[in-house]
Design a protein around this ligand. Structure first.
Ligand code: LLP
Length: 441
């Protein structure tokens, strides 16, 4: 479900031709559709109608201030994983009282700042962290609200690098140990028990692992509500999106994988989990990241060269793995389409970036419409874990980002000036500059 589509031969984001944006702002360029973000949020909200719930958007997926502002305006809460993300949320006008703070390695400084800001809850990932939060709470004479993150040991059947709910991973507290830790927390002066949390992984494409995990953990939530008076159960994020075919997906209630498997939707997810959650009488928290922003962003890039090596064609583009690392890092599939659909002829090509790594590749042996030098391509479904995972590798400036709403567009992150990349660096005090050395000689 998104607002990227062709009108005639031209790719549009909402009411704006993407070509207009690249002419104005240059490439590589992230383009976000505000309407798509709003629609995804509302769709999820509606799927949970009638059950007390809160949507805490996972800031890590895309933390641009304009994205956060759009979600804050919709009444979203936020799932944060660092002191920096908390500051960002506040800078965007988000409410700290709607923030839950996750992550396995919260520093004392981060805990102190979050407690002072008045966040809704800390999601605690270990006994040592619980003790640290308690100590900070006592020092500040506050009771830090906490939820313990239970690791249900359920395989999410997604990519190994984004699986979090098994005992092979560093996340959460083993299911068998959780009751003892709640009892311990109940006796602590610096914390108060507020909820229970879990998250089994990201880009889940079927409902079954969610259902297995919720079925296993819901009785625990009921018990904790009774014994410790917790008020919420957060079932985490992880709802997968359609990467293939991204452009044709429309707004399906049901969708199927290329192999014909029935895939997850917001509605299917809610429908399957409701029977387990409704009887609890607890507030249900959702922590979606990708579902909200994934299909709401594209990365637009310019073809610099077309290179033929033997029988292979390489489209060398001006975006690279430093701008969007998902294909290189997870072998992730992203659909690639031309900004202007001129040619009927196709080409089987590898789309690659300028970075000096073989892995700097957006797709291999993919059938694409023929695009020549100077043509523009759009890499779809790049709204989540795109810009946020970008780096300055090869001293490449971070790309610009644009938000579109209807016929309006606004630059929401300036292209990074190249000097900014080394602005915090300097030679060591004992190193002479080349000019000085030359003068001495
Ligand atoms: N809650 C917790 C505790 C999480 O660890 C995550 C994601 C989320 C919520 C949001 O998950 P989502 O709804 O976006 O699936 N960089 C990877 C994804 C990493 C996900 C990390 N945790 C990628 O590009 O696929």
């Amino acid at each position: 479900m998104h607002e990227f589509r062709y009108e005639g031969t031209k790719l549009y984001c909402e009411g704006v031709p993407v070509e207009t944006l690249v002419r104005k702002y240059g490439t590589p360029l992230y383009v976000y559709s505000e309407e798509t973000i709003r629609a995804a949020y509302s769709r999820l909200d509606k799927a949970w109608e009638g059950l007390p719930h809160a949507i805490c958007y996972a800031v890590k997926a895309n933390s641009n201030l304009a994205v956060l502002r759009a979600l804050a305006d919709l009444g979203a809460g936020f799932d944060i994983v660092s002191g920096g993300e908390l500051q960002r949320v506040m800078a965007a006008g988000g409410d700290p009282a709607r923030c839950i703070f996750a992550g396995v390695g919260k520093s004392e400084e981060e805990i102190r700042a979050a407690l002072k800001a008045g966040i809704y809850c800390f999601n605690v990932e270990s006994e040592a962290e619980l003790e640290r939060i308690d100590a900070v709470g006592r020092k500040l004479r506050k009771k830090a609200p906490v939820a313990l993150r239970v690791n249900p040991d359920v395989d999410a059947r997604t990519h190994a690098k984004i699986t979090t709910g098994t005992y092979e991973t560093k996340f959460g507290i083993p299911f068998e140990k959780i009751r003892r830790l709640y009892a311990k927390a109940a006796g602590m002066k610096g914390v108060k028990l507020r909820g229970l949390q879990m998250h089994i992984g990201s880009q889940l494409t079927s409902v079954e692992p969610f259902e297995a995990a919720v079925a296993k953990v819901a009785p625990l939530a009921a018990e904790l509500a009774e014994v410790h008076g917790i008020e919420f159960f957060s079932i985490g994020g992880g709802i997968g999106i359609v990467y293939r075919p991204a452009l044709a997906s429309g707004d399906p209630k049901w969708w199927f994988s290329p192999e014909g498997r029935r895939m997850i939707t917001a509605e299917a997810h809610a429908e399957a989990l409701r029977p387990h959650l409704e009887p609890l009488g607890l507030k249900i928290i959702l922590e979606p990241g990708r579902f909200i922003v994934g299909n709401a962003g594209i990365l637009v890039t310019r073809v610099e060269y077309v290179k033929q090596v033997g029988n292979k064609t390489f489209l060398i583009v001006d975006a690279a793995m430093n701008d969007l690392i998902r294909p290189a890092f997870y072998d992730a599939y992203h659909e690639i389409v031309p900004v202007e659909k001129k040619a009927r002829r196709t080409v089987v090509a590898n789309v690659v970036g300028p970075v000096c790594e073989t892995g700097d590749c957006f797709c291999r042996d993919r059938m694409l419409p023929r695009v020549g030098e100077g043509g523009f391509l759009a890499i779809l479904s790049a709204g989540a874990y795109g810009s946020v995972m970008s780096s300055n590798y090869n001293t490449r400036p971070l790309p610009a980002e644009v938000m579109v709403r209807g016929k309006r567009h606004a630059l929401v992150r300036e292209r990074q000036p190249v000097e900014a990349i080394w602005a915090l660096e300097k030679p060591a005090s004992w190193q002479e500059s080349a000019t000085k050395r030359a003068k001495r000689k």
